[in-house]
Design a protein around this ligand. Structure first.
Ligand code: GLN
Length: 497
C-alpha cells in the first residue's frame, strides 16, 4: 500500500512509530497531487514550501521527543474560503483573486496546532454557491472516479483531493450540502456537524445562519479525529456553542446497533431517486437491521416539499447582506466609477461571477418591503415547522437514513444553463442544514461502472458523537472507500488553472 492511500490515523501512527517521516509523507502526497492535478484541477494554490517546512519541523520535534499532536505530520487541504495566514484565499472569485489573509481561520489554527500540514487550498464554486464546482475562476474540478463528471460542490476540490489520495483529510464548508454532496459524488465520507459545533471564525461567510465547517476523509474514524480537533468553544464566534464536547473517537467503540431505532426515508419511490442510489439506501437499511437496529420507514413531508424553497430564500437573504462588504474599498478588487454608486456597481459587476450576482440581487429583493412579508418571513416560519417535524420524529428514532443526493454525479456542463435544476439536487441536504442537524455522507461502494454510491445518516442536534458511532458500524459493514485511480485519457489536454 502506498503512503498516499493511508488514512490520517494510519499516517499519524506511522510517523510516531518512525515507519516513515512526516517529510516523506508530505513529499509523497505532493507528488501524488502533481501527477494528477493537471487532470483534476482540484486546487487553487499549492503551498509546497511551507508544507515541507512544517513537515520537517514535525520530524525534528519528534526527534527531540517533544509532545506532538494527534494529526502530527498528516497533510490536509482546506477549501479556499478558509482564511490561511500568508496563503492566498480567493473563494474562487475575481473579487478576492489577490487577497492573502493576515490570520488563520480558527479551524486552520486548530488543525495546524494538532500537527496537521496545510498542503493546498482547494477549488470551490465561487463563495461556496453551487453544487458542482464549475463556477470557479480556475475552471471546473473533475471527478476522480470519472473525469467526464462533476465532483459535486461546492467543496468539490476538497472531495476530489481526498478521493484521489492527495491527502487523507480535508476541510470544507457545508451550508446546504456542500460537503456531504461532493463526498457522495467522489465516493468518500464527509460530515456536516451540528450548527454551532465548530467555529466559523475566519471562514468567509456565505450564509451565516447555515454555514458549518465540515471535514472530509476516507474513513469515519478520521472524521471523528478531525471533529476532536475542530469542535471546541471559540470566543471569536458567538454562534459556536460554549459546551464541553464529548470525546468523539470514544463513540467508535460501538460494536452493533442493538436497541437503536433508525428511520429510513420512504417518502420517494424508486422513480424519484436514481435506482442505484435507491438500492444503496435499501442496503444501508439492511446493514443497520443486520447490526441489530429496528428499522422503520419515515416520511419528511415538510422538509422534502418545502426544503429547497425555504433554503434558497434564507440563504440568499443571508448572502446578500454577508457579501455587502465587497464594495471595492474594504477588501479585494476595485473598479473605478464616476460616482460612489457607479464604483460599487462597476466593482461588483466586474468582479462577482454570474451566479453570485444572481443570488445577491435575489437576496436583496427578498429583504425589501413586500417581499420580506411574502417570502422571507414565511420562509423563517417554515424553517421552524421543519425543525418541529425533525424533533417529533426524534422522539421515536435515534437517527435517519436518507439519500445524500437524488442523482449520481452528472456530466460536466450539464446543469450550467439551468440553476433551478441544480438547486433541486439539494433536496435531501438543505433541510438538514435548516434544522441545524448533523449529517454524514457514508460511502456505499461503487456501481459496476465505478461510480460512487452513498447514503446520508442524520442525527439529532448535538448528537454528533453518537452519529459517528452509528456511521462507523455502517461503514464496517459497507466497507471503507478506496482511493480513486482516475483513468487518464491518452491524449487528454492536461491543464492547470
Ligand atoms: N448547493 C447549495 C447552494 O448552492 C449548497 C452550497 C453550500 O453548502 N455551500 O447554496
Amino acid at each position: 500500500m502506498e503512503i498516499y492511500e493511508l488514512t490520517a490515523r494510519e499516517v499519524a501512527d506511522g510517523i510516531k512509530a518512525k515507519k516513515f517521516s512526516a517529510e516523506d509523507v508530505t513529499r509523497t502526497c505532493l507528488a501524488r497531487l502533481s501527477s494528477l492535478e493537471g487532470y483534476l484541477n482540484a486546487c487553487i494554490t499549492v503551498a509546497e514550501d511551507s508544507a515541507v517546512a512544517k513537515a520537517r519541523e514535525i520530524d525534528s520535534r519528534l526527534a527531540r521527543g517533544d509532545e506532538i499532536g494527534p494529526l502530527a505530520g498528516v497533510p490536509y487541504i482546506a477549501k479556499d474560503n478558509f482564511c490561511s495566514k500568508g496563503v492566498r484565499t480567493t473563494c474562487s472569485s475575481k473579487i478576492l483573486e489577490n487577497w492573502t489573509p493576515t490570520y488563520d481561520a480558527s479551524a486552520i489554527s486548530y488543525m495546524n496546532g494538532a500537527g496537521a500540514v496545510l498542503m493546498a487550498k482547494s477549488n470551490l464554486d465561487e463563495f461556496a454557491m453551487g453544487s458542482s464546482t464549475e463556477n470557479s475562476i480556475i475552471g471546473p474540478t473533475k471527478n476522480p472516479r470519472d473525469l467526464r463528471r462533476v465532483p459535486g460542490g461546492s467543496s468539490g476540490g476538497s472531495a476530489a483531493a481526498v478521493a484521489a489520495g492527495y491527502c487523507p483529510i480535508a476541510l470544507g464548508s457545508d451550508t446546504g450540502g456542500s460537503v456531504r454532496q461532493p463526498a457522495a459524488f467522489c465516493g468518500i465520507q464527509g460530515m456536516k456537524p451540528s450548527y454551532g459545533e465548530v467555529s466559523r471564525y475566519g471562514v468567509v461567510a456565505y450564509a451565516s445562519s447555515l454555514d458549518q465547517v465540515s471535514p472530509l476523509a476516507r474513513s469515519v474514524e478520521d472524521l471523528a479525529i478531525a471533529m476532536e480537533v475542530l469542535a471546541r468553544p471559540d470566543p471569536n464566534d458567538t454562534t459556536c456553542d460554549a459546551y464541553d464536547r464529548p470525546k468523539f473517537s470514544d463513540s467508535l467503540s460501538l460494536r452493533d446497533l442493538k436497541g437503536k431505532r433508525i428511520g429510513v426515508f420512504a417518502g420517494f419511490g424508486a422513480e424519484e431517486i436514481d435506482a442505484d442510489l435507491y438500492g444503496a439506501l435499501t442496503s444501508a437499511a439492511e446493514h443497520c437491521r443486520s447490526a441489530g437496529a429496528e428499522i422503520e420507514p419515515i416520511d419528511l413531508p415538510i422538509a422534502v416539499k418545502y426544503g429547497v424553497a425555504t433554503y434558497y430564500v434564507t440563504a440568499l437573504a443571508d448572502a446578500s447582506s454577508q457579501l455587502a462588504c465587497y464594495d471595492g474599498i474594504r477588501y479585494g478588487a476595485h473598479t473605478d466609477g464616476q460616482t460612489l454608486a457607479d464604483m460599487y456597481s462597476n466593482t461588483r459587476t466586474v468582479s462577482f461571477g454570474e451566479e453570485v450576482r444572481r443570488r445577491i440581487i435575489l437576496g436583496t429583493a427578498l429583504l425589501t418591503e413586500g417581499y420580506y412579508q411574502n417570502y422571507y418571513g414565511p420562509a423563517l416560519k417554515v424553517r421552524t415547522k421543519m425543525v418541529k417535524e425533525f424533533d417529533d420524529l426524534f422522539e421515536r428514532f435515534d437517527a435517519y437514513l436518507l439519500p445524500t443526493s437524488p442523482s449520481m454525479p452528472y456530466m460536466l456542463g450539464m446543469k450550467e444553463e439551468d440553476p433551478t435544476r441544480m438547486y433541486l439536487g439539494d433536496v435531501f441536504t438543505v433541510p438538514i442544514s435548516l434544522g441545524g442537524l448533523p449529517g454524514i455522507n457514508i460511502s456505499m461502494g461503487l456501481t459496476g461502472e465505478g461510480l460512487p454510491l452513498s447514503v446520508q445518516l442524520v442525527g439529532q442536534r448535538y448528537d454528533d458523537a453518537r452519529l459517528l458511532g452509528i456511521a462507523s458500524v455502517i461503514e464496517r459493514l459497507a466497507g471503507r472507500p478506496g482511493i480513486a485511480n482516475p483513468n487518464l485519457p491518452q491524449n487528454a489536454e492536461k491543464r492547470r488553472g
